[in-house]
Write a protein that binds this ligand. Structure first.
Ligand code: XMP
Length: 512
């Protein structure tokens, strides 16, 4: 594997992406966590120092452990990472007037270097610069291999020790041929690009067996992609030592519970407890219409219920979770400032300590699309893996106002028709998330010769890359008209359909 030491750049994740696209397993660790012990434990074949917002000229600014330079593997420093290398290896970095450079720049070669194979065919390369400081004197052993008007030391290297340091960001889109640098770097570090999902699966199975031994593991299976892939992978590793608890809060979509139980219990033969607690959840939600109160009730009950069932599983010592790489990275974010709670998300955080359980998190190294690839590798059906995200509190937050069984039933039917329409028109995979919300108003309509007084609903469909920002999906008027007609004809209880054209921000994706 390759270790990326994160000095806090906004784009560190992109370095990992670029490397994984080359079939190299790259793992990011925040600089504070990188000790020589960790390096020996991870045994990376190469190390990359990321960029970062600080200035190496400031006392107490981030550094790499000194021993890393004697560890004997190739190192590539990027931007702040370059400056860290220079500073720690005896060069000089300056800040102040005339040292900053932001945006597009062009570098030109000043000598030949393995790292630059395939670069400079046209005499120069476009790169993205974003730095306040610059290197003023190279560390002993380093030479210059490329310059830009604002960075006389744009590309530097100590080829004897295989240390490379660049001032720009090869990982971003605005360095169009940056991937080539990474390709050259991993090649000279001896990577063969054999990190595939099949090898990940094998390694993960091995690791889970080592971690768990002969102990029991429990898993809160939601039917979402992450927990499903984690469960199937762990089941492959330890079979019957894994028990899944599927907490059914009665706020799931049409046939969802049956599908989840059918697939995991019957198809995968996975020990699964279907905790049908519909009565409990709907009972406690009766008369509640405040969104945050709903979320807190559901989150709290979820934990209680899970704990109740988990306690019945003899000798459980581990809790399996489908934690992904972005979750891990967010948790070491550098901002750390207070932020406003827009919505309380529900998860089982805090449970492991409360129940004295250790965590098994076999997806911690993966991005979402890699989890999907692993799911396919494990034989999970495509339609299941490609499913839109579904929130923990389920239909409760798509039912503004008071939740009733009647409304839930209507909502399920309308949602099923809407999703069917989207699939039939081949649009499902273009959309990040699509669903129906049932509105807490009845409106007057006319059907046949009669008056109706039924619920209105809103269709929602958005595009997004990460759920943080979103735009509404531009359906054609024909599609919207046809879908409205189908919903009104096929779903008793709805006589009016609207389309939500709010982006996020200012809206959120869900209605509550
Ligand atoms: P919002 O509505 O905040 O949603 O724009 C962003 C994404 O998060 C999902 N979401 C949740 N997921 N537990 C979850 O697991 C929650 O409590 C929750 N609330 C919202 C939402 O569906 C969208 O994909």
């Amino acid at each position: 594997r390759l270790l990326i030491i994160d000095f806090g750049s906004q784009v560190t994740q992109l370095i990992a992406r670029r490397l994984r696209e080359l079939n190299v397993l790259a793992e990011i660790r925040p600089y504070q966590a990188v000790t020589m012990d960790l390096i020996h434990e991870m045994a990376p074949k190469a190390i990359i120092f990321s960029g970062g917002p600080d200035s190496v000229t400031r006392d107490g600014s981030p550094r790499a452990p000194d021993g890393v330079f004697d560890y004997g593997v190739p190192i590539l420093g990027i931007c702040y990472g370059q400056q860290v290398m220079m500073q720690q290896l005896g060069g000089n970095v300056v800040s102040g007037e005339g040292t900053a450079e932001f945006g597009r720049a062009y570098v030109e070669p000043s000598a030949k270097l393995d790292l630059l194979d395939g670069w400079f065919d046209d005499g120069r390369e476009q790169v993205w610069m974003s730095h306040g400081d610059h290197v003023a004197a190279l560390a002993p052993g380093f030479e210059v291999y490329g310059t830009s008007p604002g960075a006389p030391f744009a590309i530097t290297a100590d080829t004897a020790r295989n240390f490379y340091a660049v001032q720009f960001h090869p990982e971003v889109h605005h360095t169009p041929r940056g991937a080539k640098l990474y390709e050259n770097f991993v090649k000279l570090a001896g990577f063969t690009g054999d990190w595939t999902m099949a090898s990940y699966r094998e390694e993960a199975v091995q690791k889970i067996r080592e971690q768990v031994g002969d102990k029991q593991v429990i898993c809160a299976l939601s039917g979402g992609v992450d927990s499903s892939v984690a469960a199937v992978l762990i089941h492959e590793a330890i079979g019957e030592q894994l028990t899944c608890v599927f907490v059914d809060h009665g706020l799931l979509r049409m046939n969802e519970a049956e599908e989840v139980v059918g697939m995991f219990r019957d198809h995968y033969n996975l020990p699964l407890i279907h905790a049908d607690e519909t009565e409990l959840f709907l009972g406690k939600l009766e008369g509640v219409s405040d969104p945050e109160t709903k979320r807190k009730i559901i989150g709290g009950l979820f934990i209680d219920v899970f704990q109740k069932y988990a306690n019945e599983i003899e000798g459980a010592e581990f809790l399996a979770q489908g934690t992904l790489y972005p979750d891990v990275i967010e948790s070491v974010s550098f901002s750390g400032g207070p932020s406003v709670t827009i919505k309380s998300h529900h998860n089982v955080g805090g449970l492991p300590e409360k129940m004295g359980l250790k965590l098994v998190e076999p997806l911690r190294a993966l991005f979402k699309d890699e989890v999907r690839a692993l799911g396919r590798e494990l034989g999970l059906p495509d339609h299941f893996i490609g499913r839109h995200p579904f929130p923990g509190p389920g239909l409760a937050i798509r039912c503004p106002g008071e939740i009733t069984r009647e409304k839930l039933e209507i909502l399920r039917k309308a949602d099923a028709v809407y999703i069917d329409q989207i699939r039939k028109h081949g649009l499902y995979d273009e959309i990040w998330q699509a669903f129906v919300a049932i509105l807490p108003v009845r409106t007057v309509g006319v059907m046949g010769d009669g008056r109706t007084y039924d619920f209105a609903c809103a269709l929602r469909a958005v595009t997004s890359v990460d759920g943080m920002t979103a735009d509404y999906y531009p359906f054609s008027h024909e599609f919207l008209g046809e879908t409205a007609t189908r919903i009104i004809n096929e779903v008793k209880g709805i006589n009016r359909v609207t389309y939500d054209v709010t982006s996020k921000p200012p809206g959120t994706i869900e209605w509550e």
